[in-house]
Design a protein around this ligand. Structure first.
Ligand SMILES: Nc1ncnc2c1ncn2[C@@H]1O[C@H](COP(=O)(O)OP(=O)(O)OP(=O)(O)O)[C@@H](O)[C@H]1O
Ligand SMILES: [Cu+]
Ligand SMILES: [Mg+2]
Length: 800
């Protein structure tokens, strides 16, 4: 297949209707296999057959619909980077190109992402640029499946190089025994002591294996920057060429061939360990990807046939056998069973499924058998979305990383300066004329000062942490969200659907004496049948229990924050708050307007008016989610302020808040004012997390420092949020904050050790107390220890 995937950023969309239009328009184009347009991110993700259609045609289509394409994104896989100086350099090189909006290079993931103006540039321009900088790059979408594991190839290559390097270095290491008095009794074959043999062995390592360091150093210097390759090349070359000089001038003693060879070998060993450990930091994603079964059972003409999952189409009827993994997102059409959804939500209790329920790809069916109709396949499944979000988060940059990048960018030139000073001080002051002594200290300084651990510190923690969070049903959209969640001090919770289940039931339906109660209930149910609001559903369900057929609604209008207006037959029906009636100049009937008692019980009270007179008062009750109370207590225990934010009446809200253990309530807030409440809290200096599930929460989620959406809620809320809680329960809020705290703590540990290692190591090396090979081992160890520390995040347990 010649399918290509492309992200296209679009401007000018003002609402979800716009994005729908663009989506439809793109989907109808010949050659486009799928298109999704996201209003919140202002992005279209388009898959297309690039033999049938090209990118300019797609852009032209978007423009013809009245919107503008500003920039495109391209993702690269980059290999050959050794430290943060490399990634910083590529980033700089790319962002200086004309037409580039932004460039991001991730050292740990070995990926690059560029936002650019497609009228000026093409993805292949970036590849040539990256190659010119001395690295290898591939456009991500172009990598054939199965080859994705470039990392494994890289590890194998490095391991092989290490073995070769070790084979040539070990004989040289052996000769070291003759240097020290306490090991001089050991046998060392005579020919190994021959300086020409040593020279030969060292040459293989220096130029055969060490070529990669020279190459890296060359490209780095040519681009007027310096990375770890420069340090390694300088250090090992100094030892090597000094020894060559000694041999040529006839000396067979005091050679330093083993120093250069052993250094290169040790650095390689460090790289092997580092590459392996780094490979593990994306384990969580790999695990998720591996969960989807490869085959599905399709029901065709009443016969069950096995087909590859790629052939499943939306609308196909599939059979899910007991114990099987579910292949795609689907709606149950018959059968009942329990399904384990822990891989998506982190919740370990199986969820019961019957007709009408949705099941998700990669979840596991328990005992029953289900017949389902495929609703989302391929890249559209919830699983694919989770993977995409986690990958995006892992590829983004935490603010704290910019600091580390800046430090490592200026590190190398400074270190070279320190090394020169070290040499001069030793050679002219401490041990005048002792070239060898001065040289060893200088080499040790060059090697120990390598900032490779510093560059790995942040991204490896972010990768391991966000992967672990995803396993527990917490999806961070960006590394920035992961870092910033930690600083939250106030949590604002939406009421309906967030603290409560969001599935209210009608408890009271009081009518004016003498009016036909049943008929009014039927009217109310009909009037609400077009509304998406949870209370509307409750009223419709309540009505349908009583009568089988509802009157026809001629006209329907939702009045957000107040209620609805419907036209049934010749009458206009208003249903909603006391204010709604007041706004329409309808006076309340005194016999049924005393709502106080109902509200104190935590019930939501609504008023119904038909043809201008108040005829009924009804109440619905929603119950707390089972975990809400405990969750609020946990948030308090974490030292956070908890506030309930709702459009409901003050008294009702207070009653529910009391049940949940929340002391602050902001009630009767119109949907479009929720964001203002958040902003005013921020103006008081609070760092606010908003938790919500509804469309009306989306602006507040976007304004909040951290927006958290319930995975059970609306897609709009999830798009606006920084974090999605897949499980849809409030315990996830405390978990998210804890996860952020441990991750940031882990990053700080890493940065501390990386910096401490350099700043303690340099003076020790300058003082001549560190043999160069020990410095090499220490450097390798520092990178590996940083990665291993980050991997500890994969075992973080947030609750028992
Ligand atoms: N479809 C409807 N039918 C009747 N009343 C409605 C309807 N929609 C809203 N209302 C009334 O307007 C009030 C405010 O609604 P809004 O959607 O702003 O908040 P909410 O759902 O009560 O609470 P939350 O903000 O916690 O989600 C509701 O409490 C209800 O009394
Ligand atoms: Cu290094
Ligand atoms: Mg709500």
């Amino acid at each position: 297949m010649n399918e290509k995937k492309m992200d296209i950023a679009i401007t000018g969309m003002t609402c979800a209707a716009c994005s729908n239009r663009v989506e439809k328009g793109l989907q109808r184009m010949e050659g486009v296999t799928s298109a999704t347009v996201n209003f919140a991110t202002e992005k279209a993700i388009v898959s297309f057959d690039h033999e049938k259609i090209d990118v300019p045609a797609i852009q032209e289509k978007i423009r013809s619909l009245g919107y503008d394409v500003i920039k495109e994104e391209a993702d690269f896989q980059i290999s050959g980077m050794t430290c943060a100086a490399c990634s910083a350099r590529i980033e700089k090189g790319l962002s200086r190109m004309e037409g580039v909006h932004s460039a991001n290079v991730n050292l740990a993931l070995e990926t690059g992402n560029v936002e650019f103006d497609p009228s000026v540039l093409q993805p292949k321009d970036f590849i040539s640029k990256i190659r010119a900088l001395g690295y290898e790059a591939e456009l991500k979408g172009d990598i054939p499946e199965g080859q994705e594991d470039h990392r494994q190839v890289e590890i194998r290559k490095k391991t092989r190089l290490f073995y070769i390097s070790a084979a040539f270095s070990l004989p040289l290491l052996w000769t070291m025994f003759s240097h020290f008095s306490f090991t001089s009794w050991m046998y060392v074959p005579n020919f190994l002591m021959n300086s020409y043999v040593q020279w030969a062995l060292a040459t293989v390592v220096q130029f055969g294996i060490g070529r990669m360091f020279y190459k890296g150093a060359y490209f780095s210097l040519r681009n007027k920057s310096a990375n770890m390759d420069v340090l390694v090349a300088l250090g090992t070359s100094a030892a090597y060429f000094y020894s060559v000089y000694l041999v040529l001038s006839g000396s067979a003693h005091g050679l330093y061939f083993e120093t250069s060879a052993v250094l290169i070998t040790l650095i390689l060993l460090g790289k092997v360990f580092e590459a392996r450990a780094k490979g593990h930091s994306s384990d969580a994603i790999k695990k998720l990807m591996g969960l989807q079964p490869t085959m599905a059972v399709l029901e065709r003409d009443g016969v069950a046939v096995d087909i590859p999952i790629a052939d499943v189409e939306v609308g196909n009827i599939l059979v899910i056998r007991p114990g099987a993994s579910i292949p795609v997102d689907a709606e149950v059409i018959s059968g009942t069973s329990a399904v384990n959804e822990s891989m998506l939500t982190g919740e370990s209790l199986p969820v019961d499924k019957t007709e009408g329920d949705t099941v998700f790809a990669a979840t596991v069916n328990a005992n029953g058998s289900l017949r389902v109709r495929a609703s989302n396949v391929g890249k559209d499944t919830v699983l694919s979305n989770i993977i995409r979000v986690v990958e995006q988060a892992q590829g983004s940059k935490a603010p704290i990383q910019r600091l580390a990048d800046r430090i490592s960018g200026i590190f190398v030139p400074i270190v070279v300066g320190i090394a020169i000073v070290t040499f001069l001080v030793w050679y002219f002051v401490v041990a005048p004329g002792e070239f060898a002594v001065a040289l060893t200290s200088t080499i040790a300084v060059l090697v120990i000062a390598c900032p490779c651990a510093l560059g790995l510190a942040t991204p490896t923690s972010i990768m391991a942490g966000s992967g672990r969070a995803a396993e527990q049903g917490i999806l961070f959209k960006t590394a920035e969200a992961m870092e910033n969640t930690k600083a939250i001090d106030t949590v604002v919770l939406d009421k309906t659907g967030t603290i409560t289940k969001g599935t209210p039931e009608v408890t009271d339906f009081l009518v004016v004496t003498g009016s036909p109660r049943e008929q009014l209930i039927a009217m109310a149910a009909a009037a609400e049948s077009d509304s998406e609001h949870p209370v509307a559903k409750a009223i419709t369900v309540y009505g349908l229990e009583l009568v089988s057929e509802l009157p026809v609604v001629k006209h329907f209008e939702a009045i957000p924050g107040y209620g609805i207006k419907s036209v049934i037959g010749a009458s206009t029906v208003f249903m909603g708050t006391r204010k709604l009636l007041a706004n329409n100049e309808i006076t309340l009937d005194a016999t049924i307007s005393d709502a106080k008692k109902l509200e104190i019980d935590g019930k939501t009270v609504m008023y119904m008016a038909v043809s201008g007179s108040h005829v009924a008062t009804l109440a619905v009750a929603d119950t707390l989610k089972d975990t809400s109370k405990q969750a609020v207590a946990e948030l308090h225990a974490l030292g956070l302020d908890v506030i309930m934010l709702t459009g409901d009446q003050q008294r009702t809200a207070e009653a529910i808040a009391k049940d949940a253990g929340i002391e602050h309530v902001v009630a009767e807030v119109l949907p479009d004012k929720k964001a203002e409440v958040i902003a005013s809290l921020q103006a008081q200096g609070k760092r606010v997390a908003m938790v919500g599930d509804g469309i009306n929460d989306a602006p507040a989620l976007a304004v909040a420092d951290i927006g958290m959406a319930m995975g059970t809620g609306t897609a709009v809320a999830m798009e606006a949020a920084d974090v999605t809680l897949m499980h849809g329960d409030l315990l996830g809020v405390a978990d998210t904050i804890k996860m952020s705290r441990v991750t940031v703590h882990n990053i700080k540990q890493n940065l501390f050790w990386a910096l401490a290692y350099n700043s303690i190591g340099i003076p020790i090396a300058a003082a001549g107390l560190l043999a160069p090979w020990v410095a090499g081992a220490a450097m390798a160890f520092s990178s590996v220890s940083v990665v291993l520390n980050a991997l500890r995040l994969q075992r973080v347990k947030l609750r028992d």
